[in-house]
Design a protein around this ligand. Structure first.
Ligand SMILES: [Zn+2]
Length: 174
């Protein structure tokens, strides 16, 4: 057992501040903390451990994100930093913060609906879940149609708004 470091809380708090500024490489409008993938920051005698739960398994962005986190913490003089993965419980889009959802919408991406609230209704059939409307992030219209199951990345699908005719991406709820 190593003795607790007296500056621990300050160093960890500063690391969180740094992490708030580390952007998702795929959606640069939101940070890794907006996404909710940073689960913990732990100070050890030999550096900082940042515990991350990857988003979509196999998402190629994960490695990029981990490198960006390590670089940012080291650049702030808080390192040496290392990133470890915590795969259980699995990340869900419910972990995206309200601020993150607003940032997605402002960026033109329809934020994911809540998986949790959809799952609570006992009589909700899978078909109804499939038919759930995705509101246009630009004009707010619920009259939208899905063009493709995959947008610029596998994490998003491509929609078009019937009202304003603009295509947009929808962050898939998982
Ligand atoms: Zn629209």
């Amino acid at each position: 057992m190593t003795a607790p470091v007296s500056s621990s809380s300050t160093r960890v708090t500063r690391a969180w501040d740094v992490l708030h500024g580390v952007l998702d490489p795929e959606v640069p409008a939101i940070s890794v903390t907006d996404l909710g993938i940073v689960r913990d920051v732990v100070e050890h005698g030999d550096g900082l451990e940042v515990v991350v739960t990857p988003t979509y398994s196999g998402c190629p962005a994960t490695e990029v994100i981990e490198q960006a986190i390590t670089d940012a913490v080291n650049a702030a003089g808080l390192g040496p930093a290392r990133v470890t993965q915590r795969r259980a419980p699995a990340w869900t889009t419910d972990w995206i913060t309200p601020q993150g959802r607003e940032r997605l919408r402002a960026y033109g991406i329809a934020p994911p609906g809540s998986c949790a609230s959809e799952a609570t209704g006992a009589n909700v059939s899978p078909i109804r879940l499939m038919a759930r409307n995705v509101d246009c992030p630009r004009c707010g219209s619920a009259q939208t149609e899905r063009l493709s199951a995959f947008g610029s990345t596998a994490c998003k699908s491509l929609y078009r708004c019937v009202a304003c005719r603009e295509p947009f991406e929808h962050f898939k709820p998982i």
